[in-house]
Design a protein around this ligand. Sequence first.
Ligand code: MG
Length: 203
Amino acid sequence: MKIFCIGRNYVAHALELGNDVPEEPVIFLKPKSALLPNGTAFYYPEFTNELHYECELVLRVSKNGRYIAERHATNYFDAITVGIDFTARDIQQDLKSKGLPWEKAKAWDHSAILGEWKPITEFAGQKSIEFSLNKDGETVQKGESSLMIHSFQRIIAEVSKYFSINIGDLIFTGTPAGVGEVLPGDVLEGFIGADSLFKLEVK
Ligand code: MG
């Protein structure tokens, strides 16, 4: 199982971190060990002093493929949820400034949080999927799929140019503006619309 992640997929988020808005999707991966298993506690990692949440829509791949055309890409995912792409921002800024890869900042054990899945058919005919993140009961991030620079279909087309995608792979589609720091004791809750799909306490 592979976990694909898209960076800088919302204009306001690219700008809040001082990045250019990319013409092509920024793609990186997390290993399977990045996924926090269901029912496992999440501990603040000891190697960072600036842990950030990034709340994102996540797609579940339902069909194997390579070189998928954008117009066929809708057939390749069957469920959606919200998740967190946890980021050690201090480490990422250091790596970025040196032009080095991001794995130490993004791909560590339990850096990927997933909510409960919703079948994609629930959203058929809906132009945009709204999602949000609460921290300690207050909304800190709000996003909607219509504001993504690269659509779900474009992401699948682009990812599958370089990597085969397989049933069960996950695609984190990028975070909207409003990323910020979390501390031990904070409770993060992710929503699609009004439905709470995960609730996570940082230990
Ligand atoms: Mg992200």
